[in-house]
Design a protein around this ligand. Structure first.
Ligand code: F6P
Length: 482
């Protein structure tokens, strides 16, 4: 949805009773046909998840615009006040690309790439977290609810509490929280846990993530826990407190996406795509940010072997792999792109013919209408991460398949697998197992497809993003802090 920047001449708004604090603002800047600056809703799971919640509770969103040295003043977009936090080019390199995405990201995703521990990055992380906390403290009304999002901002809860003890502070971790054996490698492990303990409620995607955190809190800070309740002893003049750490699996705007997938233009586009592909009997689809946690290489390896074995192949079967560009200045992401493109080239070289590629590889991002058409088109959806906090793509695919057609192949190592038990579940490290699951999904009869799809749909319809936000905010309201 296009959003215009309307900074000029607006009266200063009163402080907000609901503030979201996230690394990114939920907008992308572009220049419209009239040459004026425009803001558009940006793609991504977090934005998709929180946009409907904010629309219901006209609130303030504190975040970074995504560009270095961007000194953008606060602006209004629809009913939402956006308050940008400026990051210098060095801070983008050290706080965002460095500590967030080359230290925490691989460490929290089971070390699927080696985490880099760099002291300068930690200093930048602390400084940027301090700035986000200061802006949130400035924006929040007395007694407001502040909801801090994700691993980039784990120090914000304690920093905010120190400045504004009147606030009710929630934190939600969108990515996994690792087992203590891995987490304890982090040189700043105690400071990070103490930062999170400043919240009244800490939400995780899975029960295991919450248990991992509870253990880290006990071991590193001496906090005591009973079930999901954590008791923090008085320290340095700060009183003792109770807080909770519990699972709140995130979801999608299921009804909105289903409505989109029923739109005649989207249905027409799905039909057009199938015909452009030469009307194959089976379309397989992968949709991921180009990230090493997503298991794209393992998936391509399994698919390539199925083609080598003569089990599948063009023109009857095609794979579309959307790999949207992500974190392109981080070394591991550059290496991954090279490896993915090497294997795509090899498979296509061995198995394509003129006009009939085995893999349609798209290193691009697409608007949500095109994504819905792709989901509709896909007979088999391949979601095979090595580790993923949730994976909303799996839920989006299910939301679009209201006719109960289609099959979902889903990694056990996603948060979504805890809920979507009727998918074809796979261990992506087991290439033979993954080949078997892909073949079973391709060969599933319509009866088998609907037998699985029906309960999957029930789950994403009941537990949608509104349910997630209401449950989290309801639990935040219930926490007794003394
Ligand atoms: O899933 C974690 C997350 O940080 C999301 O919040 C975000 O949408 C996605 O990864 C993309 O990350 P980035 O903001 O680094 O592009």
């Amino acid at each position: 949805m296009p959003r215009k920047s309307e900074t000029a001449g607006r009266p200063k708004r009163s402080k907000a009773s609901f503030v979201v604090v996230a690394n990114r603002l939920p907008v992308d800047r572009s220049i419209g046909p009239d040459g004026r600056e425009e803001w558009r809703t940006s793609p991504g799971g977090l934005v998709a998840a929180l946009e409907p919640v904010l629309a219901q509770n006209s609130g303030t969103w504190v975040g970074w615009t995504g560009a270095p040295d961007d000194k953008q003043p606060p602006f209004e977009a629809d009913d939402l006040r956006m308050v940008p936090v400026t990051l210098s080019a060095d801070e983008v390199a050290d706080y965002y690309e460095g500590f967030s995405n080359a230290t925490l990201w691989p460490l929290y995703h089971d070390v699927t790439a080696p985490p880099v521990f760099e002291r300068r990055w930690w200093d930048a992380y602390r400084e940027v977290n301090r700035r986000f906390a200061a802006v949130a403290a400035e924006e929040a009304a007395t007694g407001a609810i502040v909801w801090v999002q994700d691993y980039q901002l784990q120090l914000v809860p304690a920093l905010l509490r120190a400045e504004r003890p009147d606030l009710r502070i929630g934190f939600f971790n969108h990515i996994p929280f690792p087992g203590y054996e891995l987490y304890s490698r982090l040189p700043w492990r105690t400071q990070v846990v103490e930062g999170l303990l400043g919240a009244d409620l800490i939400g995780f995607q899975r029960r295991d993530d919450a248990s991992n955190f509870l253990r880290a809190a006990r071991v590193l800070t001496g906090a005591t826990t009973r079930g999901s309740v954590i008791e923090v002893a008085p320290k340095d003049g700060a009183p003792g407190r109770h807080l909770r750490a519990a699972p709140f699996p995130i979801s999608i705007d299921t009804a909105g996406l289903e409505a989109l997938s029923r739109r005649p233009d989207v249905v027409g586009r799905a039909n057009e795509l199938r015909s452009e592909l030469g009307n194959p009997s089976t379309v397989l689809l992968g949709v991921d940010r180009l990230d090493y946690t997503k298991g794209i290489l393992h998936r391509l390896r399994a698919y390539g072997e199925l083609l080598d074995d003569g089990e599948l192949g063009p023109p009857g079967t095609v794979l579309i792999q959307v790999a949207s560009p992500s974190r392109e200045r981080v070394g591991e992401y550059q290496n991954l792109r090279d490896e993915v493109e090497l294997i795509v080239g090899r498979v296509n070289g061995d198995h394509s013919s003129v006009g009939n590629p085995a893999i349609h590889y798209l290193h691009q991002s697409f608007p949500k209408e095109e994504m819905a058409a792709l989901y509709l088109l896909a007979d088999v959806m391949l979601v095979t991460p090595l580790r993923d906090g949730m994976n909303l793509v799996a839920k989006e695919y299910v939301a679009c398949h209201h006719d109960l057609h289609g099959a979902l192949v889903l990694s056990e190592f996603t948060g979504a697998a805890d809920e979507l038990r009727q998918a074809f579940l796979v261990n992506p490290y087991d290439i033979d197992g993954m080949k078997d699951a892909i073949l079973a999904a391709v060969r599933a009869t319509p009866v088998e497809q609907s037998r699985r799809m029906r309960p999957l749909r029930r789950r994403v319809i009941e537990a949608d993003v509104h349910h997630w936000a209401n449950t989290f905010l309801g639990a935040l309201d219930m926490v007794t802090t003394s």
